[in-house]
Design a protein around this ligand. Structure first.
Ligand code: NAI
Length: 214
């Protein structure tokens, strides 16, 4: 797959993968492109176009073989491996993330947890001991951590990002409502439930102003 996949394509591929994994767990052997499109909120044409980039072709009248396409898609999306993650911020969000089994199940292993509050140092959550920030650099190197999660107040987020980058992480998942600046070669994704709620509110409000469908 090309290195620079446009973000909407990436999001669709991830949605296909979710649906295909669900079908795999159910034991469904094949799926047609229109069904996969409907499940992922797109069209059969788009599904065929996206999946043909992976060299994966469905067969007319048969569709896509779930057992073949799931490993191909996982490999193309770099999800056929484990990712080692350091989490910074042992607060409410940090605690919820440590307890989130879905992360580990999808290959993201939180292997180190950090916080600047000395009162939290040494506490254990989900079998992870809270470490002081002074140990971040060495621990990231020792545990070969590649990804970092920021779950600290917005005012502290950039400083934490700088420390993660200096320690060698290549990707940051940022939960703080702050814009994070990183050098080239480091990726940042920000998660903001408030933005999701705002989009939902807009869609609900736009729908209620449309005339009802006949
Ligand atoms: P919290 O106050 O419970 O936890 C924050 C933790 O960060 C504390 O343990 C604190 O000691 C630690 N901390 C502060 N400065 C630090 C630093 N420089 N280095 C290391 N650790 C540091 O906060 P909570 O509720 O867990 O929220 C965390 C962040 O997530 C906040 O920025 C909040 O606004 C944001 N948030 C994001 C949501 C989203 O949808 N993305 C939803 C809810 C909160």
């Amino acid at each position: 797959m090309p290195q620079a996949v446009p973000r909407p394509t990436l999001q669709r591929l991830l949605r296909y993968l979710r649906e295909l994994e669900r079908l795999e767990a159910e034991g469904t052997p094949t799926i047609a492109s229109d069904e996969l499109g409907a499940a992922a909120g797109t069209t059969a044409h788009q599904v065929r176009k996206d999946l043909s980039c992976l060299g994966t072709l469905g067969r007319r009248g048969v569709g896509y073989r779930v057992g073949d396409i799931v490993p191909t898609l996982r490999a193309a999306l770099a999800l056929d491996r484990q990712w080692r993650v350091a989490l910074v911020g042992a607060g409410n969000i940090g605690r919820a993330l440590c307890a989130y089994r879905g992360f580990r199940e999808r290959g993201f292993h939180i292997v180190a947890l950090f916080d600047s509050d000395p009162r939290k140092e040494g506490c254990t959550w989900a079998r992870l001991k809270v470490l002081p920030m002074g140990q971040l650099r060495r621990t990231v190197a020792e545990l070969r951590v590649e990804l970092g999660i920021i779950a600290v107040p917005a005012t502290a987020a950039q400083g934490v990002a700088d420390q993660l980058v200096a320690a060698g992480v290549r990707g940051i998942l940022n939960f703080a409502p702050a814009r994070i600046i990183v050098p080239p070669g480091v990726q940042v994704r920000s998660v903001d439930l408030a933005v999701e709620a705002e989009q939902l509110a807009f869609l609900v409000s736009a729908q209620s102003t449309q005339p009802p469908q006949p």
